[in-house]
Design a protein around this ligand. Sequence first.
Ligand SMILES: Cc1cc2nc3c(=O)[nH]c(=O)nc-3n(C[C@H](O)[C@H](O)[C@H](O)COP(=O)(O)OP(=O)(O)OC[C@H]3O[C@@H](n4cnc5c(N)ncnc54)[C@H](O)[C@@H]3O)c2cc1C
Length: 601
Amino acid sequence: MTDTLVQKSQVLKGGEFLVKSSRPEDTYVPEEINEDQRMIYNMVRDFLNQEILPNYNRIEKQEPGFTPSLLQKMGELGLLSAHMPEAYGGMGLDTNTNTFISDALGPAGSFTVSFAAHIGIGMLPIFYFGTEDQKQKYLPRLGSGELKAAYCLTEPGSGSDALAAKTRADLSPDGAHYVLNGQKMWISNAGFADIFIVFAQVDGDKFTGFIVERDTPGLTLGAEEDKLGIKGSSTRQVFFENANVPAENVLGEIGKGHLIAFNALNIGRFKLCALSLGGAKMCNTRSIQYAKERIQFKQPIANFGAIQFKLAEQAIKTFASESALYRVSDLLEDMKNHFLSEGDDYAQAQLKAAEEYALECAILKVIGSETLDYVVDENVQIHGGMGYSEEGTAARAFRDARINRIYEGTNEINRLLMVDMLFRRALKGAIDIVTPAWEVQKELASMPSMEKAEGAYGEEERALRDFKKIVLMTAGAAAKMQMDGKLNLKEEQEIVMNVADMIIETFVAESLLLRVQKLAGMSSKPESQEVYDAILRTVFHDATGRISKYATDALSSFAEGDLLRTFLMGLKRFTKYPPVNVRDTRRLVAARLIEAGEYCL
Ligand SMILES: Cc1cc2nc3c(=O)[nH]c(=O)nc-3n(C[C@H](O)[C@H](O)[C@H](O)COP(=O)(O)OP(=O)(O)OC[C@H]3O[C@@H](n4cnc5c(N)ncnc54)[C@H](O)[C@@H]3O)c2cc1C
């Protein structure tokens, strides 16, 4: 298999990680946080601890004006416009700093939804697709927190199938305005938003974006939804009844609303991961603290192996996912700079970078939300009965986390998208997966290599190459069946889900390996490296088993007889990562967490 090494000067393209390898020294890790970034991170943490967490009940009860006042305060600190260029009143900070901001705000529960809807899907459509006049008119006031934004895509009849929206927009006879009629559903921030980004069908069939101001006659709101969690976040229906929207408020081109809707979601997914992992770290800390305090059978429950497993696993999943998050964060930054150097303006460069890594953003959305779900679930379990009580924070965190697998594209839709995007990019020639897939096929027909793994991380490097071979073998075989007319992947979502899960496992494993290798080269303490190595080996041990199962499930669904036997032999050859004593590796991680009394990785 060709495993070309990517030079930092040629930034890895979207999806290319499957066929190229990266170097630790070119991979960004959060431990590289610089002084300015640390200052901003601490500023957000102070805001969280002083303004948000002590007032959490006021947020949770949706006390009128309270969440908007918090957004305004964040705006005054520059935290709502950190991602905007100075020309629009922003701080123009790099992607990694913005990732640290979201990460730090992660424990803010419902408030993270208000924040993300405002700065992401609320502001970005104007920044990416607005005219200069629209940008000047709205962005500085949105960035300062004076105005709040909401994003109206979903309707009662169109959720995942967003382009099936029925809300209409018809140009008035004098051409001065569009008349909007229809209904939007599940709109975050609707209760206090001043600006609504609305998608409607011009003439009933041209999906188009609009900027709609709150005081537009004909715009009305439904009651607050009674939700499972994130109760502090305003979620309402928005109705349009002959609502006249000035023609100059069309966003982007008529009929090109899908570009706005989907591009805003790429960064939304990325930010969702950062916020989720920030929340996961806080929850892990709460689990550790409770496990140290709670005495049963005359000792802290943290002494029990079953509890240590949970504490360690919460931290391991979070650390591994975080490696992928910051890796993509830096890729986005590099790609943005690449487009800037080619003459694109800031908005275009940022938009194109997010589009390039749409596949990686979908991976992050899934791992961020699923890691958080694991962590909050085990947090409840570690708290026992107290975890089930509304007196503590565990029950609320458990309910709040659940939304993340549903919005910004459900996790099923994101998994489907990942595989679809990979095949599309391959078909367009943006990445070459055919040659490496063919080389894997040739390797299957040859004698297994007896080459020994070399170096401190030789086993993991080899396992990673093998993970990629398994993905290429399985996806390549399915694609070939499809070309031969023996399989229609559109009708075989179970197989697509298997392939998506292997892609996710591979990307996380690689990101973690690169981070741990880089940390080994930095001047970290040997006792910390011992923990990083334990995390790495645990993840590779588990990933090997899971990838083997996903591949077996997929291959057995479409191959049989000799062909299936050949694939399964290949699979056996590619899953030779030596078994790890995961009891000991997890105990080591748990011991470090318990000693520190918090998530300390
Ligand atoms: C609290 C909350 C806040 C929200 N905020 C906003 C907001 O600010 N703005 C906005 O526009 N929207 C918002 N949404 C809407 C959200 O994005 C949608 O709920 C989500 O996209 C799913 O759509 P749906 O609810 O119609 O579910 P459906 O699309 O009906 O999906 C139901 C199930 O079917 C699955 N499914 C659907 N299609 C397929 C398929 N092709 N293949 C396989 N499985 C499929 C889904 O994965 C899901 O499991 C919010 C939702 C909630 C609950």
